[in-house]
Design a protein around this ligand. Sequence first.
Ligand code: ADP
Ligand code: ZN
Length: 616
Amino acid sequence: MNEVKKPRQPMIFYYVLAIVAIILFNSLVSPLLFSPRVTEVTYDEFMTMTEDKKVAEVMVEDNQIMFSDAEGNLYKTGLMDDPDLTSRLYASGAKFSSEIVEQMSPLLSFLISWLLPLALMIGLGQYFSKKLVEKAGGGAGSMMFGMGKSNAKVYVKSTSGIKFDDVAGEDEANEILSEIVDFLHNPKKYEEIGAKMPKGALLVGPPGTGKTLLAKAVAGEANVPFFSISGSEFVEMFVGMGAAKVRDLFKQANEKAPCIVFIDEVDAIGGKRDGRIGGNDEREQTLNQLLTEMDGFEGSKGVVILAATNRPESLDPALLRPGRFDRRVPVELPDLQGREAILKVHAKKVQLQKNIDFAAVARAASGASGAELANIVNEAALRAVRDGRRLVTQADLEESVEVIIACYQKKNRVMSDKEKMVVAYHEIGHALVAAKQSESAPVHKITIIPRTNGALGYTMQVEENEHFLLTKEELENKIATFTGGRAAEALIFGQITTGASNDIEQATRLARAMITRYGMSDEFGMVAMEQLQNQYLGGDTTLACSNETANHIDEVVRGQIAAPYDKAYRILQENLQQLHALAKYLYEHETITGEEFMDILHKTTPQIAAATAAQQ
Ligand code: ADP
Ligand code: ZN
């Protein structure tokens, strides 16, 4: 793709340049141009001229004498000790004056010393900016020095570009957007029926899910130019600049129609106008300009605006009104199948061994975004190169999942035997509690090789079938699983460690959500006491209840974790034999896969072992 970006120069640069030019002009150029010529003469010439009555005006200064003749020519000469000079000059009829050099009128001098350099500057600036624009091949802008021009990157060629096939796992988004592509291909079909195409669509979803990629794919499929600009680029230091940029962007887009205009991070300009005093004027003006432009242009011309955001709730409602971004395209994190498809798309770019099981990799990479999955494939290829291999293997991919999800494996970091033992029991504690509660997800793999992010052990929980609704019981089981690590430490060593901090955090968050958002506690019932904000950016919550209630919630949360902890402790106690066997295996091998885990679990469970023995 051919990306043309104009150089950006801050405004302050031009101000400084103007001031420097004025100073230089005043100190160097104007004395040469505007000070009158003064001829230096000898003292006796001066005396002769005095005698000949040729001196019209004279001024005696500290170290020289300035004088002029009748024609107005200026002369100067050195000062001599000449007591009669004054009387002789008087006799010759010369006028004594204190200011001999004729002054320019103040207006003229102001014009010459200030406006002339400025005018020169502007002239030069326009000349150069025109040259730049000509070179860049874009339309000439109207503002001087190219200030206030949009820095929209213009991808004039999009044929070589991205197609919908490159975007995997976002079928819903693909479907909605392919209608736009069809419109761009064949606007007549829609016009005949009298249907109006939506002017804009808002791509909503967490970072790295392929929103930019989708917008490019729309342009690629429709084979139209692609203008892309980030919302934050509109927000400038000077009021009015952002609005000018918006105007310019739409002007360019109209010239190139049909085309796609993509505005990334639209929330940077399109945030709610809350009417606060001292709010961001600039942003508001920019937003207003955007609204005006969107209302102004004819939808039938074929300019389609796609915007991306991960904070849809913070957008100004005016933007979401029909006739503006009235289509909302959810671009969510990919599910299991989606992840597999994305991995396959990116795997096409690398040399793979045969029979790679992408499903297994996708299952391990639960929660990864498209960008992270792309990264996983690349990491796997890097790993193959590092090992001097020509093909990427299954192991490369699986290892990369761990690298991307849990940071780099650090084999050389030494852990004492005692620590290793504690971590082994801790991790098996989680896994065993999970396995024993029928509805919890089985374990994919546990490893106790320390990683750079500080996690000593690492349990990969795998959900065989992802589901979206969780029952109260399932949530309680999840909490029990989180507390299983700490329970194992307490049960086996009678000591507790710092290793459980992350588990505690997650358990607390879940327990809190059950009470304040899911209405799952008997005390409070179905009352929302917290509101989720920034759903796509980690999800902070704000409390919406009285202080007393908040205190009470804290207490109930405690109970909501204590009960599952007791349950986890009991499960481990009842399966002590299995716990020991599994922890021993993990301690010795440092990793244990899901199958090995289930194997040992069954072998060491007396009833199951007896049952299998009887079958044979
Ligand atoms: P966003 O704009 O949502 O933050 P991007 O579109 O910039 O995300 O995605 C970054 C990169 O991640 C893309 O260039 C692509 O390589 C990869 N990627 C993300 N989502 C997908 C997807 N659904 N299918 C294929 N690749 C994807
Ligand atoms: Zn843990």
